[in-house]
Design a binder for this molecule. Structure first.
Ligand code: SF4
Length: 335
């Protein structure tokens, strides 16, 4: 199967009149202002050179702000600027992220005049109280309406969600995931909410009004969300914010940010599988056979799963076995 690559072009907070309580796009993306045309072309060419030539599927991705909130002429300009890469076959299409309330039949008419293939909506939650407390400025029914319009045009639909927002609970996050599945999303991203400098959330956190999730709670909830999406056939494109110099340094204030958040979640899934199987077992040697590409996750972040199993078995050996499907394992125990 062809490996998917995005060429990300960041448009931090361009055209966005909103101020979601957690958002300071400039801090997150680490750059200020819109890239110039020559920078956009340079970025695309640089990425294309860096990808392996065979079996690849590449999309040019306008990320960061709300692309369809730009004036129509600017949207056309950027779409025309990069469309040549699709025409030449160098990339397969254009992907963009935007707000649910910035999607309408007219907006989609404009986008569909270009090789736009995928639209990602920042749904964040499908609970109206959480949306209101987070200052999102749209409702869950607007997400549903925008999703239906996108699917009508036979475009690929991504619905991003966040956990730990103001007013949020694990139960509400799981209900949001269920609605994302029911709305027909092809893909999702899961972002635990973190407190970034110079945001409303920072002030709420400072006053003790907002309490972020602990890292452990966020890892636990995200592992359940991941499995739910996986079971429903919704592709999880990303878990947790991209590590950036800013987030590893001055922009981060509080919350479940970890540069290896994805690894923590994958380790947790394996942890729970092993716990269920071996909670009441013991022996001299446990030999586990796991899928090769999941070997590290099975061993656990910082070998955490191996260490847990060593409480019950004198020795624990992990073997890569290509006969195993994702999140399955076989084993033998020497008593
Ligand atoms: S809509 Fe997006 S860009 Fe605008 S404030 Fe909210 S998170 Fe930031």
């Amino acid at each position: 199967m062809a490996k998917h690559y995005n060429i990300p072009l960041f448009f931090p907070e361009t055209a966005c009149p909103f101020r979601c309580v957690y958002c300071n796009q400039q801090e997150i993306s680490g750059r200020v202002g819109v890239p110039e045309d020559h920078e956009i072309l340079h970025t695309i060419n640089r990425h294309l050179r860096s990808f392996p030539n065979n079996e690849r599927e590449v999309e040019i991705a306008f990320f960061g702000g709300s692309f369809t909130g730009l004036p129509a002429e600017r949207q056309k300009h950027y779409l025309a600027l990069v469309s040549g890469f699709v025409a030449s076959g160098a990339v397969s299409g254009i992907r963009l992220s935007t707000r649910p309330d910035f999607i309408s039949p007219d907006v989609l008419d404009l986008l569909c005049a270009y090789p736009v293939k995928t639209i990602e909506l920042g749904a964040q939650s499908l609970d109206d109280e959480v949306l209101r407390k987070s200052g999102r400025g749209h409702t869950s029914s607007q997400v549903a309406r925008a999703s239906a319009l996108i699917l009508e045009r036979r475009l690929r639909l991504g619905l991003q969600m966040m956990t730990g927002l103001p007013g949020d609970t694990p139960k509400k996050s799981l209900a949001t995931a269920q609605k994302i599945i029911e709305l027909g999303a092809h893909e999702t991203r899961i972002y635990p909410c973190v407190v970034i400098r110079n945001t409303v959330l920072e002030r709420l956190n400072h006053k003790g009004i907002y309490h972020p999730q602990s890292l452990d709670d966020a890892v636990d909830l995200t592992s359940r969300l991941y499995l739910k999406f996986r079971e429903a056939g919704v592709k999880v494109l990303r878990i947790g914010l991209h590590p950036s110099e800013d987030l590893n340094g001055s922009a981060f204030v509080a919350g479940p940010y970890h540069p290896s958040f994805n690894e923590l979640v994958m380790s947790r899934i394996w942890h729970d599988l092993f716990l269920e199987e071996f909670a009441s077992r013991s022996g001299n040697l446990l030999e586990l056979r796991v899928p090769p590409h999941q070997l590290n996750h099975a061993v656990g972040y910082g070998a955490s799963n191996k260490k847990m199993l060593l409480h019950q078995f004198k020795r624990v050996r992990f073997r890569a076995n290509s006969a195993q499907n994702d999140f399955t394992f076989s084993y033998s125990i020497v008593p």
